[in-house]
Design a protein around this ligand. Sequence first.
Ligand SMILES: Nc1ncnc2c1ncn2[C@@H]1O[C@H](COP(=O)(O)OP(=O)(O)OP(=O)(O)O)[C@@H](O)[C@H]1O
Ligand SMILES: [Mg+2]
Length: 495
Amino acid sequence: MAFGKRSAGPATAKPAAVKPAAPAAPKPPVAKPIAQAPKAAAPTEPKEKPKPAALKPPPAVQEEKVTQVTDRSEEYYATKTTIFNALIDTIDLGQLAQLDQESAREEIRDIVVEIIAIKNVVMSISEQEHLLDDICNDVLGYGPLEPLLARDDIADIMVNGADTCYIEVDGKIERTNIRFRDNAQLMNICQRIVSQVGRRVDDASPICDARLLDGSRVNVIAPPLSIDGPALTIRKFKKDKLKLQDLVNFKSISEAGAEILRIIGHSRCNVLISGGTGSGKTTLLNCLTGFIEPSERVITCEDSAELQLQQPHVVRLETRPPNIEGSGEISMRDLVKNCLRMRPERIIVGEVRGPEAFDLLQAMNTGHDGSMGTLHANSPREALSRVESMITMGGFSLPAKTIREMIVGSVDVVVQASRLRDGSRRIMCVTEVMGLEGDTIVLQDILKYEIEGEGDDGKIVGRHRGTGIGRPKFWDRAQYYNLERDLATALDELE
Ligand SMILES: Nc1ncnc2c1ncn2[C@@H]1O[C@H](COP(=O)(O)OP(=O)(O)OP(=O)(O)O)[C@@H](O)[C@H]1O
Ligand SMILES: [Mg+2]
């Protein structure tokens, strides 16, 4: 009987090779005659043709490439379900819960081996080992997620119901063949994850944020809100956080650009890091915190503690969502306000999303130089106008001009991060906030990333360029910290 690896694997394995050839065909023959046909020759006919020539056929719905994360086959899943059900009938889950992980695993393995023998299932030693691991993971761990969680090269795991699971590797999203027995199992695993941080996800509270024990950030949204089964999103925690030098190696920023960021960090500029989802904002913030002096008292405020500061004097704070009765919430604003009473030297806000923007600006303005935060925006200008609208929507009835004056008086630099279409992450610009001219905030780019084209491998080619600024506004600051020479050299080195 075919079992496990011997059967060729799920049907989904093949489509990778299938490339629809048809849509490309019509283009060349249509294009040529038009180019050659002189306008005067036949006034009626050629007129109709230009349109189809210019239009590329829309990409046909391609079969999705599926990354084989495990080599389990349909038969394997069927056998596993049979054995799993037999196990659940046999085992006393209450007693199992009393045991430590190791003993519980031993217990489960013993019973499963027995069931395999009784049911007369034919399988090789290695297949049996797979099955034992999988069943132990199902009962005690995070089930089919385990092989994904064990990998450090995955940035995100996205489960859209029991049968669909995507991962992000090297900036690219790919579909995997990981799947759950059914939505009930997926829900069960979601429940297990969130219960570890004392939360619940169910009909009454179908949205839940949580954290895995290793620090990975988790979001669950359950039916009926997510229509096709529970949606689970995990931002994997990278044990070895990227350093600024790594970003240079990845060409996310040039050497000289990195040096400018170092000077910005050292000379205690107030920095906002702006970017889209998953563009590398938190990573960049983490890099910038590397330049904080060990003697400084730093307070970090986050929704889910992701930052890893290396300094000894750090207080880490985390928000708390409301409990099931809807009370007990501690918002980001509560944290930032409280921070100010904790004698911070620098305040780091993981993500500025609401009225805490006001408190952060005030902190930046009142002697907590070198504070930093990230926010979602597509350009430095948009970032500042988002700050403005966060403050307005937070119910502060201040005139727009006052808010802008506040922004100009507190934010020194905005760093823009982006995830480009080839999956790479780049620092798109480092921009200074110069001042207010009338009602408009004046910005000045110090460096910019210019896209030059696309290489043969589909990777975007470009370079970081200086904008010819000889003396940025934070020059005086750099001078105060004895860094003006370094700054001058770095500015010279920008192309
Ligand atoms: N310059 C980079 N080059 C390669 N990978 C990167 C780079 N910056 C970040 N990453 C990786 O991209 C993933 C997302 O990064 P990060 O968490 O910093 O993004 P984010 O903008 O904070 O996302 P979110 O909006 O979800 O908070 C992480 O796995 C991180 O390791
Ligand atoms: Mg982030």
